[in-house]
Ligand binder design. Structure first.
Ligand code: ADP
Ligand code: ADP
Ligand code: ZN
Length: 210
């Protein structure tokens, strides 16, 4: 049976990091709406042009745009999937239920990453990403072997535009107001994990509940 897992939690909780580990070690396919949107912005597609101003301000991109984006992506994948950063609103969650039903799939589990706002600010202000292969680092918690250079592909790392303290705090507020209501929506199959633990501990916890 193919699995469909949702990663829910504030920005900076480690969802992308854990998705990458599950992809490398267990062959899950990571679907990150944030990565898909950043790609669209970079390529200046019609979606990217519409999404950019919302992303720069730390606000959510409108549901209709996100649902169209995910619909196309989901229909192309037959493997085990991690949904990273989607859904983020109750209307998105309802749309997802319909899309999955049409594909003969369903949500098998929702992992809630538990972390405080202060810890999120520390994590996101030190986050660096590889613009070429997408690998995520942290200048203190998870540094590359060579300063500011991607271990996997040698590209110079960058800091995301929205990883500045005032935008980080705005994103956390948006999470609390618009995304946290999903905890109740998914209450029957949510598993809460301590996201402040070490990366390998968090990984072990996730694989033990999957
Ligand atoms: P999200 O996808 O939830 O926004 P990321 O996976 O990008 O979060 O992680 C945010 C930052 O925190 C990154 O710099 C990452 O290297 C770091 N990080 C991820 N998991 C841990 C962890 N368990 N302990 C310490 N730092 C972590
Ligand atoms: P993080 O996990 O660090 O918050 P993401 O990469 O998931 O960041 O998202 C970056 C930005 O992309 C968000 O602040 C938001 O503007 C937009 N975005 C990503 N996913 C969604 C979504 N499911 N719904 C609406 N906006 C989204
Ligand atoms: Zn790289």
């Amino acid at each position: 049976m193919v699995k469909t897992i949702v990663f829910l939690g504030p920005p900076g909780a480690g969802k992308g990091t854990q998705s990458q580990l599950l992809q490398e070690r267990l062959g899950f396919i990571q679907i990150s709406t944030g990565d898909l949107l950043r790609e669209a912005v970079k390529n200046q597609t019609p979606l990217g042009i519409k999404a950019k101003s919302y992303m720069d301000e730390g606000k959510l991109v409108p549901d209709e745009l996100i649902i169209d984006l995910i619909k196309e992506k989901l229909s192309q994948i037959g493997n085990n999937i991690i949904l990273d950063g989607f859904p983020r609103t109750v209307p998105q969650a309802k749309a997802l239920d319909n899309l999955l039903a049409n594909l003969g799939r369903k949500i098998d589990g929702v992992i809630l990453f538990d972390i405080t706002e202060d810890e999120v600010v520390k994590r996101l202000s030190g986050r660096r990403v590889c613009p070429s292969c997408g690998t995520v680092y942290h200048i203190i918690y998870n540094p590359p072997r060579e300063d500011e250079i991607c271990d996997k592909c040698g590209t110079k790392l960058i800091q995301r535009e929205d990883d500045r303290e005032e935008v980080i705090r705005k994103r956390f507020e948006v999470y609390r107001d618009q995304t946290a209501p999903l905890i109740d929506y998914y209450k029957d199959y949510i598993v809460k994990i301590d996201a402040t633990a070490d990366k390998e501990e968090v990984y072990n916890k996730i694989t033990s509940v999957l």
